[in-house]
Design a protein around this ligand. Structure first.
Ligand code: KG4
Ligand code: ZN
Length: 346
């Protein structure tokens, strides 16, 4: 079984060809970063127009890379939400048109399910597993029991963790996107110089909060008394911030591991997914936590943690195998919580 995946929910225009043998035959990601950089964030209208302009070429490039004709594809999967609606509409329309023209099944994939199932593509992880989903728009701990079968253990009370990285980096003048910029600056910084808070650490439950940490970063910047941070100050703030995030997230994961282990004693695996999962400091903390608790730690390669279409194609395969295809009247969704997938299927 071979599926074409299309991803257009944020600022990456992507197409990939993946087989049910878990081979990624093509994986094209066109990043619109340069188009958005001047604005310090993703501009939805610019994103939608850029998707429209390049998606045809990106899909063509994926087919050519995989050396395969549309006729030999078994299904076409596209992100149907959640995300910036203009982009999601472009991807959905393209997938539907191709599916109708080539008489192929169409699968509307939930972007979060794409992230959630990536570890099954890369590491053949079996259900059930505990998932930490950390991206620019999402920050959740979930029990993953099967395609479409998710149970939320915790979520953020304010910002998503990637958002905290992006906003802090902006305040520090490190540019966009903030995650990779902070990680790079942190390499040369002193993580002990600033004693930033570890929100909710030591408290029961699996929820997150990052707004207090963000405020502390702002105060640390103000205290330097200058408009532009010196390189040393920026590096030290970045390192201290990153250490606080990693420690906070690991603390929340420790509680989730305990809760998950009680409910699913046979599922001793923690999977991390989403753009922030590319962060090395976070990976190290989580890996140490897993070693301590007897859990296996699975982190897909960074290029498959950030937005891509291979994860959409793979989620398409998982759904197609179960006969879960969609009709041409599927309406793109700006909001689409993972937990709703269960009621969708019922
Ligand atoms: O999954 P993703 O590519 O897009 C969303 O669905 O949101 O995640 C993007 C987020 C951004 O907030 C970005 O700053 C963050 O992931 N990110 C990182 C790193 N690489 C990307 N955060 C921390 N460290 C990184 N190395
Ligand atoms: Zn994403």
């Amino acid at each position: 079984m071979i599926v074409l995946g299309i991803e257009t929910s944020c600022d990456e225009t992507a197409a990939a060809i993946v087989g049910d043998d878990r081979a990624i035959r093509a994986n094209i990601v066109y990043s619109q970063l340069d188009e958005h950089r001047a604005f310090g964030g993703v501009v939805p209208e610019i994103a939608a127009r850029a998707h429209l302009e390049v998606l045809d070429d990106v899909v063509r490039a994926a087919l050519s890379d995989a050396d395969i004709e549309l006729a030999d594809i078994d299904g076409i999967a596209a992100t149907g939400g959640p995300g910036l609606i203009g982009g999601v509409i472009v991807g959905t329309m393209t997938a539907k048109a191709m599916a109708a023209a080539a008489d192929k099944p169409y699968i509307a994939v939930n972007h979060l399910e794409g992230h959630a199932l990536t570890a099954r593509l890369t590491d053949d992880v079996e259900f059930p597993y505990l998932l930490l989903l950390v991206s620019g728009g999402h920050c959740q701990l979930l029990s993953v029991k099967g395609p479409g079968d998710y149970e939320q253990l915790g979520t953020t009370m304010d910002d998503a963790v990637g958002e905290a990285f992006d906003k802090s980096a902006k305040m520090m003048g490190l540019g966009f996107p903030g995650g990779p910029a902070i990680e790079a600056a942190a390499k040369a910084g002193d993580a002990k110089r600033f004693d930033f808070p570890r929100p909710l650490k030591g408290r029961p439950g699996c929820d997150f909060s990052f707004s207090g940490l963000k405020t502390s970063v702002r105060q640390a910047i103000l205290k330097t008394g200058t408009d532009t941070l010196t390189e040393k100050d920026a590096n030290d703030i970045a390192a201290s911030f990153q250490a606080a995030v990693a420690e906070t997230v690991a603390d929340r994961c420790a509680n989730a591991i305990a809760a998950f282990d009680e409910a699913h004693p046979d599922g001793k695996t923690l999977v991390v997914a989403g753009g922030v999962a590319a962060n090395t400091a976070l990976r190290e903390k989580l890996s140490a936590l897993c070693a301590l608790t007897g859990f296996k730690f699975v982190a897909p390669p960074p290029a498959l943690c950030t937005d891509n279409a291979a994860m959409i194609a793979w989620a398409g395969i998982e759904r197609l195998r179960l006969g879960l295809t969609d009709e041409m009247d599927f309406a793109p969704r700006p909001r689409w919580p993972l937990e709703e997938l269960k009621t969708d299927a019922a």
